[in-house]
Design a binder for this molecule. Structure first.
Ligand code: TYD
Ligand code: MG
Length: 455
């Protein structure tokens, strides 16, 4: 029997060491070392790791490299295409991460079923072919060109690939795949690393795009070594609140496009629906006459949308007031409350403040500040904000309203959705030339904004 050798591998950065370490000397993380059994012989010839042809690549002069526009595969899904930077690049390795049950398998299966022109192999290590068929029936589209195989052994997977010669490969999920070369269990650091490296080699050498589905651990990062994220070309995250139907596809890393792009979907009974106009979805409630509601013109990624911000301010029942924020950074909210207290003289110290961004979305845009502060004040005063008014602006520590980026897009989106008035930061309209059918009110300080909103 071959002699077993074990190493300790950092599950964060993938560094290895012959003995266990409390702190990783490379990435500085604590308690990340796990023991991994490896076999002594790692040569591919023995394990037959790469049964596909190896091309003999020659060094080229950089100036001689052809720079033709990367051809893109149209996935027939506008959101997905956009997040990838205009479609799937042949030979690219894409990793999609997300919490269990969020809809990763559904998204990929649905995309694959819509791609009739491409011979696809869906390798499932998690579900049986029957389960996949049931899901496909639910999505209700039929593809003539989608092959399914339930297999978790990497060497076997390459055999299937060689026989079938697919033009697009899906692996669901990378944590269930194992190779014979490494002796640790599937999902362990060295398995994930070895398997994805072999898959990458396959993708690059045969110019076949591969999508890997990856699990997420409790800290919210993609399980397995960080190196997995370094290996792949594109890392996408599929996220959303289980209790809401919206799902967001976000690009975290993309070698072929911008990471600012965002795709929005709605989970339906029969699969995911692309949401091309997110504001419509987020502004369905009529909030006329309700206090504590304000509408922000926000931007996530590069898309503007209008989103409802709700606040509730009530007298604190206990000594320490409660502060809670859903979909918004709590520390930022506390800072805004302090500004409100100082600048507008509102005594919020004895008040509980609850903040909620509608639809279960998480918004990081600082331009939300003005809407947050207005919603809090509206609830505190119990005066509602007029229905057709929206706002955008970052609030500074001295109560000044600071300019935000892409103001033009925000204003145009508000106009498109029928708002009659938008509050914007002063001196933010330089270069804004469009003629718009919406009243634009420039405000310099929070006090001015409050006067506009509450008289
Ligand atoms: P799934 O794709 O299995 O999630 P993941 O692969 O990320 O673990 O998603 C399953 C969830 O989606 C499940 O809770 C049921 C729901 N779903 C729908 O609401 N509509 C549908 O058409 C499908 C196929 C699933
Ligand atoms: Mg799944």
């Amino acid at each position: 029997m071959a002699k077993l050798k074990s190493v300790y591998v950092c599950s964060n950065c993938g560094n290895d060491s012959p003995k266990w370490l409390g702190k990783c000397p490379v990435c500085g993380e604590w308690n990340t070392y796990v023991e991994e059994i490896i076999s002594k012989d790692k040569s591919p010839a023995k394990g037959g790791l790469h049964p596909f042809e190896t091309s003999k690549a020659k060094p080229l002069l950089l100036k001689d490299v052809e720079t033709a526009e990367e051809p893109r595969i149209n996935l027939h899904d506008a959101e997905f295409n956009r997040v990838l930077g205009g479609g799937l690049v042949p030979g690219s390795l894409v990793l999609i991460g997300g919490e269990p049950g969020i809809g990763k398998s559904t998204l990929i299966l649905q995309t694959v079923l819509g791609l009739n022109s491409l011979k696809t192999l869906y390798i499932s290590g998690e579900e049986s072919a029957r389960q996949l068929k049931l899901r496909a029936d639910r999505i209700n589209s039929n593809s003539e060109n989608c092959f399914i195989v339930c297999e978790t052994n990497l060497e076997q997977i390459f055999v299937h690939i060689q026989n079938l010669k697919p033009e697009f490969v899906i692996i669901d999920s990378i944590q269930t795949i194992f190779t014979d070369v490494v002796e640790s269990s599937p999902g362990s650091v060295s398995q994930v690393r070895e398997c994805s490296a072999a898959i990458l080699k396959f993708a690059k050498e045969t110019n076949t795009p591969v999508v890997l589905i990856g699990h997420i651990n409790k800290e919210g990062s993609i399980a397995g070594p960080k190196v997995l994220e370094h290996i792949v070309d594109t890392v996408l995250q599929f996220e959303g609140d289980q209790h809401y139907m919206y799902r967001i596809l976000r690009s975290i890393k993309n070698r072929f496009g911008s990471t600012a792009e965002l795709g929005i979907y709605e989970m339906r009974q029969n699969g995911l629906r692309e949401v091309s106009n997110p504001s419509e979805l987020l502004l369905t409630q009529n909030h006329e006459g309700l206090s504590g509601v304000s509408i922000a013109a926000a931007i996530e990624g590069v898309r503007p949308f209008l989103i409802e911000t709700q606040a509730l301010v009530s007298t604190a029942a206990y000594g320490t007031p409660q502060r809670s924020a859903t979909g918004f950074d709590l520390r930022r909210m506390n800072m805004l409350l302090a500004v409100l207290e100082k600048r507008a003289g509102f005594k919020l110290i004895q008040k509980d403040v609850f903040l909620n961004i509608a639809g279960g979305l998480k918004v990081n845009d600082p331009a939300m500040d003005l809407a947050v502060i207005s919603a809090v004040l509206s609830s505190s005063l119990d005066i509602s904000i007029e229905k057709h008014v929206c706002m955008t602006g970052e609030v500074g520590l001295s109560g000044e309203i600071r300019p935000v980026n892409r103001i033009e897009q925000r204003i145009l989106e508000a106009e498109k959705l029928g708002f009659s008035k938008i509050l914007v930061p002063q001196n933010n309209l330089k270069g804004f030339t469009s003629k718009v059918n919406i009243e634009i009110v420039q405000v310099r300080k929070v006090e001015e904004a409050f006067r506009q909103l509450f008289g």
